[in-house]
Write a protein that binds this ligand. Sequence first.
Ligand code: F6P
Length: 461
Amino acid sequence: MVSEHAAQVLVASNRGPVSYSLSEDGSLASKRGGGGLVSGLSAVDDKLWVCAALGDGDREAVRRGVGEPGVRMLDIDADVHADAYNGIANSVLWFVHHLLYQTPVEPVFDAEFRRQWASYETYNRAFAEALAEEAGPGAAVLVQDYHLALVPGLLRELRPDLRIGHFSHTPWAPVDYFRLLPDDIGEQLLRGILGADRAAFLTRRWADAFISCCTEILGGTGRTRIGVHGLGADAEFLRRRAHEADVDDRMAALREQVGGDGDRRTIVRVDRTELSKNIVRGLHAYRALLDTRPEWRERVVHVAFAYPSRQDLAVYREYTAAVQTLADEINATYGTPGWTPVVLHVKDDFARSLAAYRLADVALVNPIRDGMNLVAKEVPVVSDRGCVLVLSREAGAHEELGADAIVVNPYDVTATAAALHEALSMESGERAERCERLAAAATALPPQQWFLDQLEALRRD
Ligand code: F6P
């Protein structure tokens, strides 16, 4: 029987589609976020997005009953949220899936870890209870990411009638690395996700890694189906937005900073200042290029945008400082009165990112590991003159874009410098042809279709 709620769709994620900031005069300002999920969900009518209040502004909004239709923000105790988000999700699970530990000294799974894990359970339970309360009979619930790995299992117990999906936006760890986690915790995470009818990933590689963990640790994935949905770039939105007046203004300002009367090439990168994005090695590679190929001095500028991220964590603050220090060092070593080798911006500005995409001769996307990396997909779509993509083989996007990119091992600074040289030297015809193919591959699965495919598969399987 198809119930009247069967078309209802609930999404659950830590970060929601809107956030609030509190001004000194006590007023609340709201800001809408972007991303694949926001545009994906816009394809659906009957929907509810359950998310966590992340800061004081969000919490105040919940208390005042301020909110948007279709969004329920959970005011989970701030300490519980901090332990779950900073302590477990971003300092343990993110590190496991991106292979970020320096294993001789970390991780340390001690009593403090267990205390934070209890908060992670509480936070996941709060989501499961809210979803159980809000969902109509037979509704579809799409749970997002490593923050909420326990939700499918908890929700299944509360509401066996629901169709539950889980989607991982990150890579999944290889089984030997996943086994760094205490055995009971690893099992709990896998069983949590296996509470879903379908567990889906951005690439086959991450899906296979998850299946290996389930097979070796639990003996299989049980009744849970495994899916792969490679989120693509939103070409229509990007092409329109990249030609609005504010982007043109940013292009003029960037051209000025690049200098050289329009003759200089640009190597562009746009990232959160995130350990896995490998920004520091990217700068080392650029320095090696200037060192070993002096013919590029004065003729190229590295336009690097490294936007603030997870600044509650000391290791991210230190990484941010390391990026700044190295950029300054390169400028001090090689810069001349008319040439700044690295133009670094650390303040988030979407219009300026699009301007850099349009100007890029080369896009450097060299993460040590990445679920997908949408920048790799967005730059070829927006680029004015066609741009060469230097792409890490460890980015999920490599599966779809590798054939037309210059592919690098992200740890190999010398090889990355050589790849930058090759990219800068590529003849314009080949560059334009490759870029066209990259843009076609990058837009094969636009966000709305990506979302609808998941929904359809969840209802069907
Ligand atoms: O794509 C992975 C992800 O963790 C998302 O879940 C998240 O919204 C994004 O990266 C940015 O991270 P954060 O929400 O911690 O700022």
